[in-house]
Design a binder for this molecule. Structure first.
Ligand code: RNT
Ligand code: ZN
Length: 424
């Protein structure tokens, strides 16, 4: 049982301390409440999807490892698990779907045949649950992606197949956005690249540019859908060359007014994604973030509140860019309870945003402008010891979700009652 009065008492003490450093907690909590994370459906079933015959995640530069029991096997199970996860995350959030999660009936509906009808069930469910949707083309786990190339393939038939898929995904996104009255972000990531040093980088990039121009021919009203493009440094099997690199998509996005998607796991380990925010937003109005955690060769570990995530949140707040940044989660770990993984990542991201909103920004700007560099660093350091945990617990209580670690037992209970009964 949570001790509500203790949480309130700690909060009031914390509030006094924040007042003293010039931070208005009520304003902060109001801002936090307005932030919606886009929760990725694919953590719930290890990116399996619901195509028949079942697609297997093979190749495509990404890999899920682990065989923890209880993954969602059907759309209903996935919805049930998502609902559980949302109930443990404070705030109102979005759902990020991949194209392979449609309701395709019993036959095979190939990727170049999908239509809004296949996602009607998700839209109805989203309406019922008061969720908004985002969407992604699935350009991997398919025989036409086996060569390692999709939109940038030298094979015209393959290229056209994927162009058709992505075009359809954009129209499905527009339909979702219209139905749910909130712009649906359609994010495009393709696995294209090579394991070893290629000779002809040029042709693949030229082909990708040409294919993208076809994909984006149809213009949609931004009140219905918005496009974003996601770069990557390397993937499994594409260590030497990735067609859709950061420079490639940044050039494309800026020249066409599209959004850029920055995935925390897709850059050199010492490169700071936080630093890119204020640079890119000089040229683009909006950015999509894939909050993830890279660990050595993997770019998709469960998000925790590490320095990278904290720095990112801080930079968003310092750039006054909360309205320009869309925050999605992107990780998949099949070695632990999947609902728990969603909740860890979402709560960590929100906590980082809370800490960022609680920073004594005015004070920091003043000492910086005065050239007092020692004080700037000292204020930052002392801010780390402020009692944000008490504010977080109070916020959870206010938002009607378990504070502190009380949600862990909820996940265990759900595991015993629901997911452990699934025979995979
Ligand atoms: C892959 C990208 C991409 C995927 C999802 C499933 O490296 O990060 O965003 O994780 O599309
Ligand atoms: Zn990503």
């Amino acid at each position: 049982m949570t001790n509500d009065s203790e949480i309130k008492r700690s909060y009031l003490l914390a509030k006094e301390r924040y007042d003293r450093i010039g931070v208005n907690i009520d304003g902060v909590l109001e801002k936090l409440k307005n932030i919606s994370l886009s929760l990725h459906c694919w953590q719930g079933d290890d990116l399996g999807g619901f195509e028949k015959p079942n697609a297997h995640l093979e190749g495509g530069g990404i890999q899920v490892t682990g065989n923890y029991p209880g993954k969602a096997r059907t759309i209903d199970e996935l919805r049930m698990d998502l609902k559980k996860a949302y109930s443990l995350i404070p705030g109102l959030h979005r759902l990020n779907l991949h194209a392979i999660y449609g309701e395709f009936g019993t036959g095979l509906v190939d990727r170049n045949e999908i239509s809004p009808d296949h996602y009607k069930g998700w839209i109805d469910w989203a309406k019922q649950e008061n969720l908004k949707l985002d969407f992604n083309a699935t350009c991997f786990s398919h025989p036409n992606a086996d060569s390692g190339f999709t939109l940038s393939s030298k094979d015209k038939v393959i290229r056209e197949f994927w162009i058709e898929h992505v075009r359809r995904c954009r129209s499905i996104s527009a339909y979702m956005g219209q139905e749910l009255k909130s712009p649906c972000i359609h994010n495009l990531w393709i696995p294209d690249g090579t394991k070893d040093i290629p000779v002809d980088r040029w042709t693949h990039r030229a082909l990708l540019k040409e294919a993208l121009d076809k994909v984006y021919e149809t213009e949609y009203n931004p009140s219905k859908m918005k496009d974003s493009l996601e770069s990557k440094l390397f993937g499994i099997g594409s260590e030497a060359f990735v067609v859709g690199s950061h420079e490639f998509y940044m050039g494309y996005a800026i020249s066409k007014g599209k959004m850029l998607c920055l995935d925390l796991g897709h850059f050199h380990p010492t490169e700071s994604v936080a630093d890119k925010i204020s640079a890119i937003l000089q040229f683009l109005d909006e950015i999509l973030l894939h909050v993830s955690r890279g660990v050595r060769w993997d770019s998709d570990h469960v998000v925790i509140m590490n320095d990278e995530v904290r720095n990112l949140a801080e930079e968003i707040v310092r750039s006054n860019a909360l309205d320009n940044i869309h925050i999605a989660l992107d990780f998949f770990d099949a070695s632990m309870n999947r609902v728990g993984a969603w909740v860890i990542g979402a709560r960590a991201t929100l906590k980082a945003l809370l800490i960022a909103l609680l920073q004594p920004l005015e004070k920091l700007k003043n000492v910086e402008n005065e050239g007092d560099l020692f004080a700037r660093l000292a204020v930052m350091e002392e801010a780390r010891a402020m009692p944000y945990g008490a504010v977080w617990n109070y916020y959870c209580l206010k938002m009607d979700v378990p504070p502190g670690d009380f949600w862990i037992e909820d996940v265990h209970r759900y595991e015993t009652k629901v997911t452990n009964k699934r025979k995979n």
